[in-house]
Design a protein around this ligand. Structure first.
Ligand SMILES: Nc1ncnc2c1ncn2[C@@H]1O[C@H](COP(=O)(O)OP(=O)(O)O)[C@@H](O)[C@H]1O
Ligand SMILES: [Mg+2]
Length: 302
């Protein structure tokens, strides 16, 4: 698998503070890489360094296996959305992209297909001026700006910020389409795991500029346990449970007990035992810590 973006010992120091310190991050060809971290973690700073908008204090950035300092042309392969571009409010989407085209000089014939790709080319939208765009349409136009050069890599910094749930859904679908149908490599940041978890192939989680997890979302180890709901008000349930082998009590109340994970066999025996001892059972479930909880605990302030 080819590494499209590679960061090596990349640091950025602002006023003696190491805002970014990333030993190694690799983004592979064709994948959607979710770059996650709370506000202030260093996501935008990292992306700006990849785009040469600011220079690193130390370290290396490779794009398509070449150091960007030795490859001046690399930016033509990256479409980016770091901050919302400033539009001409009284021009249509097409006209806005045309102004951009005159500045950058890419093929003018890219414009309509790009507008089509982001869903802004239908009859009802063609003549609309940007002033009349919804927030979601503006965000899609921002994506069109990133895409109109027909890049192979997309760098998106919190592209769903400020959007309503429908707008978030729209942008997400579009990003998946770009990656899976058009083969783009996508590096996308967010401070909300749930926004990324269903679309990212892999994630990197950063906090205080440092990588604290990188890999498949599915491989993030989450705690599991067993919950039994019932009427445990009669005599001492903790004492009763402590008589049983292999059962470790995490919490107990009159209506629910929480136990360390166990095999199906042990669980079946336990439930049988409780029923035989006249406890009334309403519910038996295996529970799993949510990814959002793990993300929050990984990135919480100590
Ligand atoms: N130009 C700058 N000068 C000084 N500090 C900065 C500058 N840009 C960003 N920072 C600081 O670097 C840290 C990371 O910021 P940023 O990369 O914007 O985080 P994120 O995008 O993850 O929210 C923050 O503490 C921010 O205040
Ligand atoms: Mg940011």
């Amino acid at each position: 698998m080819k590494n499209v973006i590679e960061l090596k010992n990349l640091t950025k120091v602002y006023q003696d503070i190491e805002t970014v310190n990333l030993k190694k991050i690799t983004v592979q060809e064709g994948e959607i890489y979710g770059f996650l971290g709370p506000n202030g973690a260093g996501k935008t700073t990292t992306m700006k360094m990849i785009l040469s908008l600011i220079s690193p204090t130390n370290g290396e950035i490779l794009v398509n296996e070449k150091n960007i300092t030795q490859n001046k042309n690399y930016l033509s392969q990256i479409g980016s959305m770091i901050e919302e571009p400033s539009y001409y409010p009284n021009l249509t989407g097409y006209e806005n992209l045309l102004v951009f085209q005159k500045m950058l000089g890419f093929d003018k014939n890219n414009i309509w297909p790009t507008l089509e790709l982001v869903g802004l080319a239908e009859e009802k939208n063609r003549k609309k001026i940007v002033k009349e765009y919804s927030l979601g349409m503006k965000q899609r136009l921002a994506l069109a700006f990133a895409l109109v050069k027909q890049p192979k890599i997309l760098l998106l910094d919190e592209p769903t910020n400020g959007l309503d749930p429908a707008g978030i859904h729209e942008i997400r679908e579009l990003i998946v389409k770009l990656s899976k149908q058009n083969g783009l490599t996508v590096f996308i940041s967010s401070h909300i795991l749930s926004e990324i978890e269903h679309i990212a192939d892999r994630v990197g989680i950063i906090n205080h500029g440092r990588l604290i997890y990188e890999g498949d979302i599915d491989a993030i180890q989450s705690n599991t346990w067993i919950e039994i709901g019932g009427d445990f008000s009669k005599d001492n349930i903790v004492h009763t449970l402590s008589m049983i082998n292999k059962v470790q009590i995490l919490e107990a109340s009159a209506s629910q007990i929480k136990l360390a994970n166990m095999s199906n066999e042990t669980l079946a025996d336990l439930v049988t035992y409780l029923i035989r001892n006249n406890y009334r059972i309403f519910r038996v479930t295996r529970e799993k810590e949510s990814l959002e909880d793990i993300f929050l605990s990984l990135t919480k302030e100590d």
